[in-house]
Design a protein around this ligand. Structure first.
Ligand code: GLY
Ligand code: MN
Ligand code: MN
Length: 421
């Protein structure tokens, strides 16, 4: 008789946390402090409008470095020259205002509980910031801009605007450009961030599944949008990552179409560019569906060409590649087929807390997530085709985070047939 050895218990694959742990935010701030090399810096959350229109989101650099979502007017001061190690990184919050809080939500007094909740040793009110900043400037002698510089038609970036005033009041202080520091950090996603981005992709896939259940000739574009939403929110996503584009026929050729008030007609191709936001992280996907369930020969030819261009670009997306090289890989395919003037936008962008996320200079590196989204737009034929996936750059190449959403002609037509059953 053979004795059977008990099987070792199967170990579950460790899952990344459902939230970014507070220690990760503290580590990010410590990295910024170190990289500042003795310069002082400020990161602002930005101000919320007092209105009921839309949910306010803080500046994404602030969110990335703190995880704090509900403190408009807040900022973080990096003061490497502070003698007190606990004051090298300080959080400043707007003073309490009990009357405003009846409108906007109740807030806490500064306490050990609030410090633990926000993960900061030092929290002050913003009325104390001018004194702290003048002292930091005098000791550090250099003020580093972290927020992106604005174009000349927009407001000066918030830290630069303040630093200019400081240099008028404290002598011998310089201002330096460190605007690439946080984008370089944000571009390379941590395991915890990637866990959330995979959830955003799963939520998006759930939305597309719902959309296919309602898609048939005669259905309003808005009904398809509502089906996407059912899928997203049913999965646990908190928002659209951006205004969804649900455009059929000619509407699919309008790059930023978001009226979604047309009707999906038999014989047309419906373009859906939509993604869920999950715990702050965006997904961004485009798929095209023949409203009647089958592509015509002409639609299929254009679709296959865009798919071929996208595949070439995905193959080019690897560590060391530049975004322009990824773009060229797709554009070469489309140009060679004679459609150069029908591909009128870029290949894609970084993705993360923002749908068009902070983008560092230089080549792609493992941990970055980019979209790859070539398209061909033929208004004369009332046909727009774009195919967009979210691509994680890995050590050896890449991984498509949104590959579960049907894409080949065969897979699209099969998914549509199954959804209609
Ligand atoms: N949906 C916006 C974009 O694809 O960039
Ligand atoms: Mn998109
Ligand atoms: Mn995109």
């Amino acid at each position: 008789m053979t004795t059977r050895r008990p099987r070792p218990p199967r170990r579950a694959k460790p899952q990344p946390p459902e939230n970014i742990p507070p220690t990760e935010y503290a580590e990010r701030r410590a990295r910024v402090l170190e990289a500042l090399n003795g310069s002082a810096a400020l990161v602002f959350a930005g101000d919320a409008e007092h209105s009921i229109a839309g949910k306010w989101r803080p500046d994404r650099h602030f969110l990335y470095l703190t995880g704090i979502e509900g403190e408009p007017g807040a900022c973080v001061l990096f003061n490497p020259a502070s003698e007190d190690p606990k004051r090298k990184i300080c959080l400043f919050l707007r003073p309490l205002n009990p009357e405003m809080e009846r409108w906007d939500g109740y807030r806490e007094t500064i306490s050990t509980k609030l410090k633990a909740q926000y993960g900061f040793d030092s929290i002050f009110r913003t009325i104390a910031l001018p004194t702290f900043l003048a002292a930091a400037a005098r000791r550090c002698r250099k003020l580093a801009c972290l927020h992106p510089f604005a174009g000349h038609t927009a407001n000066v970036s918030p830290d630069l605007a303040v630093f200019r005033k400081v240099t008028e009041r404290v002598v011998g202080v310089g201002i330096e450009d460190r605007t690439m520091l946080v984008p370089e950090m944000r571009a390379v996603k941590s395991a915890a961030e990637l866990g959330l981005m995979r959830r955003a992709a799963d939520a998006t896939a759930a939305g597309y599944r719902e959309a296919l259940r309602v898609l048939r000739p005669g259905v309003p574009e808005g009904e398809v949008q509502r089906a996407l939403e059912r899928g997203y929110f049913g999965f646990g996503a908190e928002a659209h990552a951006y205004e969804p584009i649900v455009g059929s026929g000619l509407n699919a050729t309008v790059l930023h179409y978001k009226d979604n008030t047309g009707v999906c007609k038999g014989g047309e191709v419906l373009l859906i560019d939509s993604g869920a936001q999950y715990r702050g992280y965006a997904c961004d996907v485009t798929r095209c569906f023949p409203v009647s369930g089958r592509f015509t020969k002409e639609q299929g030819d254009v679709y296959e060409l865009v798919l071929k261009a996208q595949s070439a670009a995905i193959r080019a997306a690897k560590p060391g590649a530049m975004m322009w090289e990824v773009d060229k890989a797709a554009r070469d395919v489309i140009d060679a087929a004679g459609y150069a003037d029908a591909y009128i936008h870029g290949i894609g962008h970084h993705l993360g807390l923002d749908v068009h996320d902070a983008a560092p200079d230089g080549p792609l590196a493992p941990g970055m997530v980019i979209t790859i989204e070539p398209g061909i737009y033929l208004p004369d034929q009332k046909l727009g085709v774009r195919i967009e996936d979210d691509i994680l750059i890995t050590k050896n190449g890449n991984e498509n985070l949104t590959s579960m959403i049907p894409k080949s002609i065969d897979a699209v037509e099969r998914a549509m047939a199954e959804a209609r059953r």
